[in-house]
Design a protein around this ligand. Sequence first.
Ligand code: FAD
Length: 428
Amino acid sequence: FCELQERTIDDCTCNVDTVDHFNNVKVYPRLRSLLTKNYFRFYKVNLKHMCPFWADDSKCAMKYCHVEACHESDIPPGLKGVLRTKTCASDASSTKYTSSESCDDDHNPELGFLNTTISAKAEEDFALWQAHDDAQDQFCDINENDNKAEYVDLLLNPERYTGYKGKSAHRIWNSIYKENCFRPENTYRAYIDSELLKGMCLEKRAFYRAISGLHTSINIHLCAKYLKTQSAGGLSLTSPKGEWGPNIDEFIRRFSISRTNGEGPNWLRNLYFLYLLELRALDKASQYLQKEEFYTGDEAQDWDTQLAVQDLLSVINNFPDHFNESVMFNGGQETKKLKREFKEHFRNITRIMDCVGCDKCKLWGKLQIQGLGTALKILFDYDNYMPKPKQYKKEFKLERNEIVSLINSIGRLSTSIYELDEFRQMSR
Ligand code: FAD
């Protein structure tokens, strides 16, 4: 029905069987365990931003859309910015740093000289321009440092069927595909399909495949954790207990060849494409992540987390068929413009997440879009940064929320591939 007759993954060198085996045996069990660690459990998010594009058209009335934010006492002390003492090798006296600062953020004598020569006003203007330029250069427009952002325990608020559908959900997907994905000029078709993709360049195809892969993943999760009937008489969305389990009919409705104009299997393959893209990003950032402390304030658990991350990274490093990002954006002036557009489109999608009318869907939508944005930042911006002491270029940095969203996003994709295999077995 939606069996992948074609086993290749478009724009990648490996096939579905290689990924299934690698993911289900090696990656999925490791991520499952890693994502229970405190560092990855708590995600800081603002679910109260106004939708910047249209008047909020829906508030999900179902209780399954609700997100429970953490109480202050549930949050690990290290995530609340508690100061700790750390001694820098180059500095005999011990200095206090917040958990997000590192020793090499040291005073730069060159900048110190400049600071004394430019006026406070010029300095302020410079900071504003810098912030503006930096924002234009980002993939994501997500600011979790505002005072309305709250920590959410992801394990207590799992992604699953919520009942969010209809006009509001379609408006989001519509505006993503029709207005924010690249499309060939003069096309009147509502959705991009495999025919249209053939005429597009690799970068634009990749953009669409990544979004479609995310859409697939979200929809597989809601099929795998569907609200089950209480009685034999059909679905009860008001089930007081709420029990979730796989719903094969729902899966077939969404992905079968006959019900999707032949596109279902392509959407499933796009999930594999996105998985390979994010896996490669993780591989590329492995040196950076190996130095990360995963600080939560609990020394034993932080050490455990470091070891678990290293183990995962070494497994991923041995994957033989990584996505090759170097073939993208490497053609001079034209591709610089394309990369700028790519970032603009993607930033817009991060803003659209504020228009999702179900808090649970918004939480996981934001997290996964931020995770994908972080993967893109690693794939396409990492090489532009220089390690110190070449002071003229900035140092590459990932914020805690970027790391948390990246690993959780890969966890979501990895789980989808695992669940897809279960659906295949159920249908045999
Ligand atoms: P939709 O999934 O709404 O799709 C709309 C149209 O897009 C389809 O008719 C088809 O033409 C096309 N399409 C479908 N799949 C793909 C694909 N993979 N690639 C390309 N095109 C495609 N619901 C939950 O129950 N739980 C959640 O956690 C959840 N999270 C969500 C997060 C976001 C950001 C959004 C926008 C929606 C979320 N939803 C969630 C809703 C869910 O994704 C569907 O929109 C909803 O179930 C209605 O499904 P549908 O069959 O009408 O088609």
